[in-house]
Design a protein around this ligand. Sequence first.
Ligand code: ATP
Ligand code: MG
Length: 578
Amino acid sequence: MKLSTFFLNTLKEEPRDAEVISHKLMLRAGMIKKLASGIYSYLPYGLLALRRVETIIREEMNAAGAQELLLPAVQPAEIWKESGRWAVYGKELLRFFDRKGAEFAIGPTHEEVITDIVRDHVHSYKDMPLNLYQIQTKFRDEIRPRFGIMRAREFIMKDAYSFDADDESAEKSYKAMFSAYERIFSRCGLRFKAVEADSGPIGGSFSHEFMVLAETGEDSILSCSRCTYAANQEKAEVAKPDVYSWEDALDGSPREVHTPHIRTVQEVCEFLDIQPQNLIKTLVYTTEKGPVAVLVRGDHDVNETKLCRVLGCENLELADEVFIQEHTGAPRGFAGPLGLKMPMVADTALLKNGPFVAGANREDYHITDVWLTRDARIQSVEDIRAAIEGDSCPRCPTGKLQVIRGIEVGHVFKLGTKYSSSMNALFLGEDGSLNPIIMGCYGIGVGRTVAAAIEQYHDEHGIIFPPAVAPFQVLVLPISLGDTKVMETAGALYDAFKDRGIDPLMDDRDVRPGVKFKDADLIGVPIRITVGAKDLAGGYVEIKNRGQGTIEKVAPDRAVEYCIEQLQHKGMMFDRTD
Ligand code: ATP
Ligand code: MG
């Protein structure tokens, strides 16, 4: 590709409304252009990177036995009503009416559509295992679209769906996708980690997220210092502490103390001269199953995802002032577990390190010397708090959890029979019984993967593409267009790369060398060959490795071989199997 005719428009200035580096660089390198909030066009340079990732995904999905199809973006409301998600998916689902008044949505995910296909065509255990995938546009009306294509409203996803007759086979399908994902992200050259995750609105029993490790990632990951346990913040468990003994609890008895206008954790701690870990925070929530009081230590936060799971509810909201006054007998800030007349669930950390201070359910009063299991009627003690750095690992005896940050690029789910049961996708088993198909689903954000690669690989001058994701792996940069020898050499190099199956980019624009070098760094081509008259007279061209920043002098007739060796040696070659 010749840059003089390639549709590439780089920007010198820093785009103002971009918060993260990948978004800034994708705009500056002319990869994407914003049309509306969370809605982007892929320009040719961006599309090439996207296609690289798609190719890797396709190859690995096909190798894992998945078959590609293409499903429509527009989906009728009926199938969402059948699965039960029409009522619960919320505002992320973009809904609309057609001219006849029929209701539709633009697909944020495709479990319903695929289940509708499979229920009509898969009737016997002999038709499975089956895995179908597509690479297609999704729409989610995200509450806060940001970071460019990283959290867009319209975005491209690879989504695969597996169908199995029994749990063992379903487990195999899950593992096959898990390994395929490991290969995909490794081939993309990314540093990543698979972590346990909550299933969210997709549903199902178990899932893993694939996280690209980056400081700027939106997701917190809790990772054990000793074993392989890693989970995202929503899912991360905390090891259960030892329970205090009754002898401990016999010390002292609850005492009411006057705490005028003292409500927050900080205020109570200062007033009573205690530490936040000696305080019980009592939060009143309303759910579709009724109100519940949730108790955590003063220095801990409730993890609402874990809480929802423990309570078996779908909707959870902190109660308002009026509700709190009515149900606790005191304004916000004075609720406590003693004598409270509503179901209570306490976090496991409260089983240890008593006695505690808690609200007295009376305005301007708190209670000291509280031992939870002795003094309150707790319904259950559960792991409901957000795990934090330094917490004990739930899987091994000595490990401590560390917090690292990541970008979720892929998600694999065990769905079980959630969709096949509700949508009647049944098959005839070997024993003649009729059962719902066991499903799994597996997503990769294709655009997000490209953005994550840039987030991981860049410097102050621009993108440093991992070669497998790079739109072009080699840039030939003739310095003076007027010099015949320079242009002949550059042309010969360009053709030689093409002969070797590598599509190079040639900067044949009539602009100052400084502009060419700046753009080369900005757009992040892994290897740059500079062809200059002086160098040629000396018998060499300059080969710059963008990632390492090294420059080598190499004879022109050795240059192509040298670049290919570099790309191969570094595992950088765009790894094609065609
Ligand atoms: P997130 O928690 O980041 O919103 P999700 O759990 O909702 O993601 P999934 O439903 O698992 O996402 O979708 C599969 C993949 O699609 C994700 O792993 C991610 O790479 C990508 N993806 C999801 N939402 C977006 C988005 N708004 N923009 C770009 N890619 C997205
Ligand atoms: Mg989401």
